[in-house]
Design a protein around this ligand. Structure first.
Ligand code: SF4
Length: 305
């Protein structure tokens, strides 16, 4: 029997990057410790706050809601509300939404669902089949992000928590390096509060994806394993496979990518840019027309939106 390095109980998981074998109790402690460390860096707790947790129904966001509930349910100064965005992807989103509803209901957390169709009159399926040169993720991501921010603001949330894990963060950094997209890289910097924009926080950013899967299963958290049908068309998937190969050969690579990038950012002051109200819809924008309106207007000539 392999023993836990913290208590000599039976080990349930081995972290190659740390060299530790952990039993279920110390694995949970380790995940919660990493989440708390990240949360401390955001400096939003310690005063009454309302956190909108973006729950897609996958293992990461469902576990995130469950972890935040475990950490804060005994505190009266922190309120959680689950938010799901329905992008309109047949055969996929209805099942993940059911999982999201199930985890929120099980925890007794309010669950708010908004749809791209209800807000913008479009669905990702419709846009994906319209022959646009970009992959579906480029417009799906823009519309979802905008709607998530608007919903969180309408719910008077102080922050939007998303389920991005260590793998997601390492992929984002690497993807933007590979594309030479320095602007996007720098947008990962912590920023001062901007009018109309609810700050986004990523409490799971130091927890590897695999461990989030183990956590969800070990805690019997309801989640859906179905992948979005458009996922394979994204370059992110190729980067994911590349990083998984590197991590297998060199444990700790993903963590090094994220930490290394954080060190680069720490040499710069917090990012800032001016925000003005979008002249079309009133949402925040950097130059007078927000990304959502820009996208919808570009699509409109070819769509009957
Ligand atoms: Fe949207 Fe792409 Fe995510 Fe699918 S994988 S939900 S198309 S952003």
């Amino acid at each position: 029997m392999i023993r836990c390095d913290r208590c000599s109980g039976r080990a349930a998981i081995f972290q190659r990057y740390s060299g530790l074998h952990l039993c279920p109790r110390h694995f949970e402690e380790d995940v919660h410790r990493k989440v708390k460390e990240v949360l401390r860096t955001y400096r939003i707790f310690g005063r009454p706050c309302r956190i909108a947790v973006a729950v897609s129904g996958g293992k990461d966001s469902s576990s995130l809601l469950s972890i935040l509930h475990a950490l804060f349910s005994s505190r009266e100064d922190v309120e959680l509300v689950a938010v799901s965005i329905d992008e309109g992807i047949a055969g996929y989103r209805p099942r993940t939404l059911a999982a999201a509803a199930s985890v929120a209901k099980g925890l007794g957390v309010e669950h708010v669902v908004r749809s791209l169709e209800g807000e913008f009159g479009v669905t990702t399926d419709l846009l994906a089949s319209s022959g646009q040169p970009q992959g579906p993720c480029s417009f799906c991501g823009v519309l979802r992000k905008g709607l998530l921010n608007r919903t969180a603001r309408e719910l008077s949330a102080d922050a939007v928590a998303t389920g991005h894990n260590l793998d997601d963060e390492a992929q984002t950094v690497m993807l933007n390096y590979l594309k030479g997209d320095v602007d996007r890289l720098y947008r990962l910097r912590p920023r001062r509060a901007l009018p109309g924009m609810v700050p986004r926080i990523k409490p799971l950013r130091r927890v590897p994806e695999k461990e989030m899967g183990v956590y969800a299963i070990a805690h019997a958290i309801p989640f859906e394993t179905l992948a979005c049908p458009y996922l394979s068309r994204a370059m992110r998937q190729e980067v994911k496979e590349l990083l998984n190969d590197l991590e297998a050969k060199h444990p700790g690579t993903k963590y090094s990518i994220v930490r290394g990038f954080e060190k680069i950012l720490a040499r710069d002051p917090p990012g800032s840019y001016e925000v003005v109200a979008c002249t079309r819809c009133g949402e925040p924008s950097s130059d007078g027309v927000c990304a959502t309106c820009r996208l919808l207007e570009r699509l409109r000539p070819e769509q009957s939106l």
